[in-house]
Design a protein around this ligand. Structure first.
Ligand code: ADP
Length: 222
């Protein structure tokens, strides 16, 4: 097994997503093993990554030959070929790699990957579309999904929670969100929020919670 190394990351599928992920990791000094079944794709990445193989990743024997069973981190970046994605995911799970991420292109796809046992399923198009919609509408200036049911957002305080100390408001009980930090108008630093603080309409705040509640809170009084 010439390639495998515990610190390495295997990226399976070097499409737009997997390709840019692999190159970004390599830029930061990570030893990347790229795998793609397409000859032209492999040729494109051969001088950008330390190890690139043309292989069908649905073949367990091939994965073992490439030493993927010795790599602790694997990213399955196959989106449009649902069958390939599922087959590769089940093979990788069988190899017992410790940390596995997989890209999904639809809700159903994500659900199947979760059911198989992949804990980190990412939906880049979906996440980016949702994030961009918030940025374009302007009520949220930054939006970071942490999990399906937990996000961080940067917004401004609704009028109804401004000008009185946070302690008197019960924001978490009433709106289901937590105000995490505050940046004062014209200020440059973020301060961790506490009960004694008073928010003003031209402050910026960082809030955390369920996406539905974070979105609703960000739209209050706007
Ligand atoms: P993106 O939208 O990020 O471009 P795609 O799903 O279009 O993602 O690209 C997936 C990549 O995975 C393609 O380059 C394709 O050749 C590769 N691929 C698909 N099936 C396999 C497989 N069984 N083994 C290895 N690579 C595969």
């Amino acid at each position: 097994k010439p390639m495998a190394e515990a610190g390495a990351v295997a990226v399976i599928g070097l499409g737009r997503f997997g390709g840019s992920l692999a190159v970004e990791l390599a830029k930061h000094g990570v030893d990347v093993i790229g795998i793609d079944s397409d000859e032209a794709v492999v040729a494109e990445y051969s001088d950008k990554l330390a190890h690139v193989s043309r292989a069908d990743a649905t073949d367990e024997e091939v994965l073992r030959q490439l030493g993927i069973d010795d790599v602790s981190r694997v990213v399955i970046a196959i989106g449009s070929d649902l069958e390939a994605s599922i087959l590769v995911a089940s093979r990788i799970l069988k190899l017992g790699n410790r940390h596995i991420w997989a890209k999904a292109i639809s809700e159903t796809h994500a659900e199947i990957l979760h059911q198989l046992g992949i804990r980190n399923v990412v939906r880049p198009e979906n996440d980016m579309g949702r994030r961009l919609a918030h940025l374009i509408r302007g009520h949220i200036s930054d939006f970071l999904p942490i999990d399906e049911d937990f996000v961080l957002a940067r917004t401004t305080p609704p009028v109804r929670v401004s000008d009185v100390p946070l302690a008197s408001l019960g924001v978490r009980a009433e709106y289901g969100v937590t105000i995490v930090a505050v940046k004062r108008a014209g200020g440059t630093t973020w301060d961790i929020a506490d009960r004694d603080m008073t928010l003003y309409a031209d402050d910026e705040i960082l809030i955390a919670g369920h996406p539905r509640e974070v979105e609703a809170f960000s739209e209050l009084d706007k």
